[in-house]
Design a protein around this ligand. Structure first.
Ligand SMILES: *Cc1c(COP(=O)(O)O)cnc(C)c1O
Length: 396
């Protein structure tokens, strides 16, 4: 029941290509270029070298003694926070930028919400000498002005998006619209396992390095596979990245943690899998937050990286097939875990990661003392410190 058996551009019923006719040749070209690159040892030599010597891979697997004592089972941390630019996003951005260069495309388009994917993309474009245009909602630009400055510092152009709620959903729509007219010389680097085929599968394959390393590291350090693999889910790329290598391991439970915002019964959350219904957004069929008329319902989360009304189609497939389970954690509970995790392990996690950590802490006693739990630390929390400090709830 791996996703491969779903075949083609679908994961079960989910995925597909719901795009304007004019984009189909560009998606076909990308799919062929990706397949050719993946089969070419020279591509892997270049990518592996960039991941090793520039991004800083392999990322460590840390033990977490104090968190483990609290949970009653050994918790292991896959440290994507230690990558260059501070999160897992650069794994995908670097790989797609190398692919774009192979395709002869010198111009990169990207969307960004909080700015993390925009910064990762601006970074790899600087490194590879590609021009970079990042679409960002005006509201997000206001909330994340430091990341706007970082992108500009790295040489990118940041284009404000003023439609809709002026956030990530609108920035993505605008980036896709722009790509339609420039795809002959531009490549669109999407930031998660979302979008029309081949993006969800390609981004998964580029993020799968997380789980490949972690699986090997678990066997070496813990002497066995984890009982549970836990990761936060926004669009779903860090989760799919760490899940993928474990999908064939029937004894390994895969758990995705969504943002419950102000609560699942409020209409202010980002729990697309838990509370959404199948619908089309950004070129793919997947679970989606929508109102009674099928209009996209705006998402909410304290964590900008989880604040997205859709989710990758392979997660929709895993939910329906039962291969993965999806749970959720509210803003308040994630915020408490943000400080608790920092104080237990000396690692300030991204607010996104804090959701996954919170779910593990809330489930202390669920695992036997010899059942390891593997947590994907998707990013570092330095980007969130100012936001949390302003709330004035912790006296540091
Ligand atoms: C963007 C981001 C996420 C959410 O994106 P996914 O595609 O669901 O992984 C999670 N954690 C961090 C640190 C991020 O920057």
């Amino acid at each position: 029941m791996t996703s491969e058996t779903a075949g083609g551009d679908r994961f079960g019923a989910f995925g597909g290509r719901y795009v304007p006719e004019t984009l189909i040749p560009a998606l076909d070209e990308l799919e062929a270029a990706f397949a050719a690159a993946w089969a070419d040892p020279a591509f892997h030599v270049e990518l592996d070298s960039a991941l090793r010597h520039y991004v800083g891979r392999p990322s460590p697997l840390s033990d977490a003694p104090r968190l483990s004592a609290l949970v009653g089972a050994p918790v292991w941390l896959k440290r994507e926070d230690l990558n260059h630019t501070g999160a897992h996003k650069i794994n995908n951005a670097m790989a797609q930028a190398i692919l774009a260069k192979r395709m002869g495309k010198q111009r990169i388009i990207a969307e960004t919400g909080a700015g993390q994917h925009g910064v990762a993309t601006a970074t790899v474009c600087a490194r590879l000498g590609l021009s970079c245009v990042v679409y960002m909602g005006e509201e997000d630009m206001r909330r994340q002005s430091l990341n706007v400055f970082r992108m500009k510092l790295l040489g990118a152009t940041v284009v404000p998006v003023t439609t809709g709620t002026r956030t990530l959903k609108d920035a993505t729509s605008e980036a896709i619209r722009e790509w339609v007219t420039t795809c002959d010389h531009s490549h669109y680097i999407i930031g998660s396992v979302v979008g029309p085929a081949p993006y969800p599968r390609m981004v998964r394959d580029f993020q799968a390095v997380i789980g490949r390393e972690a699986r090997e590291q678990m066997l070496e350090r813990a002497g066995r596979l984890p009982k549970s693999v836990v990761a936060c889910v926004g669009g779903g790329s860090n989760a799919m990245g760490i899940f993928h290598a474990f999908v064939p391991d029937a004894g390994v439970e895969l758990i995705g943690v969504e943002a419950a915002g102000h609560g699942l019964d409020s209409d202010q959350h980002s729990a697309s899998l838990t509370k959404g219904r199948p619908g089309v957004l950004h070129g793919a069929l997947s679970y989606l937050l929508q109102d009674a008329h099928g209009q996209v319902h705006p998402a909410h989360s304290i964590s900008a990286g989880l604040d997205y009304p859709g989710v990758g189609p392979e997660h929709a497939f895993f939910k329906d097939s039962g291969r993965a389970s999806y749970v959720s954690v509210t803003d308040d509970v994630a915020l408490a875990a943000f400080s608790r995790f920092s104080q237990l392990e000396g690692i300030i996690p991204a607010l996104e990661t804090a959701h996954a950590a919170a779910w593990i802490m809330a489930n202390a006693g669920r695992w036997a003392a010899d059942e390891p739990v593997l947590l994907c630390v998707s990013g570092r929390g330095d980007k969130d410190v100012a936001q949390v400090a302003e709330m004035g709830i912790f006296t540091a």
